[in-house]
Write a protein that binds this ligand. Structure first.
Ligand code: A2P
Length: 282
């Protein structure tokens, strides 16, 4: 559903790359060169940005791609979950700024009109097809791990497959929750989602700054506090499904917690009751 304008912008980006950049590096066959259309900084650690979407690029909501910058002959690529839904005309990402990070120290300085490289093949396990049918979908994240869920909560199919979606994000500070809080709040005004937004519950927690719900989501669920706060029943493998995205330690601890509730990890080729994204480190 990418419109002609995005296609035109894509062609223009390639021209800029090839003609104007001193000592321009060739764009490999398996890479798209796209143009930045928006950037927003939330804190000194988090920002989001949008790029044009190539007409031929298809993905499933929840998948990730490898992205880089055209600043070296062999650019550094990192796995980034696509935060926009599969139907969107642009591609959105939500990124951390790692001090001295080989990609993010440069990526955090991008502005509108700059070029971002994106490998052509999306992949990932946080897709609806990797879960067997259920009634309630838990989307459990920390930090920028919320990105694939920002995609899924803007996809109609998520609401068609599940009666209720419970999106959880744990961050250090309140300001880090802004990205998903604003998005969830605006969903009811989204022409595609509209009233379906009533099916979504957002539960945010902080660990290093006071907020209504404090503590790691793993601790809050294990202690039962989360269920007390939300009025939701304990996790039931008969009806509840889950996806997890966060740091390596968060994935390990949340997976163990879900298994203690009786859920079983699945994959694209073997759907089950929860899935984990293993592409990210830190
Ligand atoms: P904490 O402040 O207790 O470390 P980060 O910004 O470092 O990626 O962390 C994002 C959020 O994830 C923080 O609130 C952090 O809590 C929390 N977190 C870190 N490790 C885990 C874990 N193993 N399980 C659940 N939450 C975690």
């Amino acid at each position: 559903m990418t419109g002609p304008s995005a296609g035109a912008a894509h062609a223009e980006a390639l021209m800029v790359m090839n003609d104007n950049r001193p000592g321009g590096f060739a764009i490999p066959e398996n890479v798209f060169a796209e143009t930045v259309t928006a950037v927003r900084h939330y804190t000194d650690r988090l920002f989001s940005f949008r790029i044009t979407r190539p007409a031929s690029f298809r993905f499933r909501s929840g998948e990730f791609v490898m992205i880089g910058l055209p600043n070296a002959e062999k650019p550094v690529y990192r796995a980034y979950s696509i935060a926009s839904p599969a139907w969107d005309e642009e591609i959105e990402f939500f990124s951390i700024k790692v001090p001295g990070g080989p990609l993010t120290e440069h990526l955090q300085k991008i502005g509108i009109g700059d070029t971002v490289l994106m490998r052509k093949k999306p992949t990932g396990t946080l897709v609806l097809d990797a879960l067997i049918p259920g009634r309630r979908l838990y989307l459990l994240s920390t930090g920028t791990g919320v990105a694939p869920f920002a995609s899924l909560i803007r996809d109609l199919e998520t609401y068609e497959k599940f009666e209720q979606i419970v999106l959880v994000q744990t961050c250090r500070d309140v300001a880090e929750l802004t990205y998903i809080r604003e998005m969830a709040a605006s969903l009811s005004g989204d022409p595609l989602i509209g009233e379906l937004a009533d099916q979504l519950r957002l539960y945010t927690t902080t660990t290093r700054e006071p907020s209504p719900h404090m503590g790691r989501i793993t601790d809050l669920m294990t202690s039962g506090q989360f269920f007390e706060d939300t009025g939701l029943p304990p996790i039931d493998p008969g009806v509840d499904r889950a996806m997890i995205c966060g740091s390596t330690e968060m994935l390990r601890d949340t997976k163990a917690m879900l298994e203690s509730f009786g859920l079983v990890e699945g994959a694209n080729n073997a759907p089950a009751t929860f899935v984990v994204e293993r592409a990210f480190v830190g």
